[in-house]
Design a protein around this ligand. Structure first.
Ligand SMILES: [Fe+2]
Length: 250
């Protein structure tokens, strides 16, 4: 009988509260907190042993997320008076636990650059055009099957000051918030076939090759909207052998 893995298990299968295994992510799944080629990590990584703080009610409770996101918060194409410039894309997927159990009522937030690779942020001053019809931020709450969906514009690559001629591959930042404030996870989603992957210290701060691949979304012809938008799928696994790499994971 074929082994049931996190990727093959049906999300509809009954799941007990106790996973069949607690296999940890392989070494190199999550980016190192101090990664020399990514220069700013030298200043911000912890230099002393971490202090364990027991969770109190403040950390183990959180807002009721179901009503937090408005109807159009996941549609970044309609947040202003006109249409943003760029390639329309659908970005959708599921949030899953170790064994493929879908996680409903997870707040999924995204932020990204516009089609020209510029953020609407006062710190982003490189001479690419801002788009008056694109803010680059959205949010939604996963449904009963752990699904989320965004309509947005494919972001462009942008230069950054890490080293000479440094460019970030096109990416969308993701934040996931579960049932408690202590359950926030942050990652980045990349696009298939980006020529900038070999040159990006942030992408390569995830040392494990298969884990890097799990940060790259999949083109999905099935989820395209004909004559309207192309589509990409990106499933997020919170932990286990198929875990998505997360920033700041210890
Ligand atoms: Fe970014």
């Amino acid at each position: 009988m074929a082994e049931v893995t996190a990727r093959t298990r049906s999300p509809y299968a009954p799941v007990t509260d106790t996973p069949a295994r607690y296999a940890r992510e392989p070494a190199g799944t999550h980016p190192a907190l101090d990664h020399a080629p990514y220069k700013s990590t030298a200043l911000r990584h912890p230099k002393r042993p971490l202090v364990h703080l027991p969770h109190t009610v403040t950390e183990v409770t959180g807002p009721q997320l179901r009503r937090l996101a408005g109807d159009q918060d996941n549609n970044l194409l309609v947040h202003h008076g006109g249409e943003p410039i760029g390639e329309r894309i659908v970005v959708s997927g599921r949030v899953l636990d170790t064994e493929g159990k879908p996680l409903r009522e997870t707040l999924v937030e995204i932020w990204q650059a516009n089609a020209a690779g510029r953020y609407r942020h006062r710190a982003d001053r490189w001479p690419a055009p801002l788009d008056p019809n694109f803010s680059g931020a959205g949010r939604c709450v996963t449904d009963e099957e752990g699904r989320y969906r965004f309509l947005t514009i494919k972001p462009g690559p942008y230069p950054w000051g890490n080293h000479y001629n440094a460019w970030r591959p096109a990416h969308i930042h993701f934040s996931l918030l579960g049932r408690a404030f202590a359950q926030r996870l942050v990652t980045q989603m990349y696009f298939p076939g980006d020529q900038l992957f070999p040159y990006d210290p942030i992408f390569n701060s995830v040392r494990d090759e298969s884990a890097r691949q799990r940060m790259i979304c999949r083109f999905s012809i099935a989820r395209t909207e004909p004559s309207w938008a192309t589509a990409y799928e990106f499933d997020v696994y919170l932990r286990g052998p198929a875990a998505t790499p997360f920033e700041g994971a210890l």
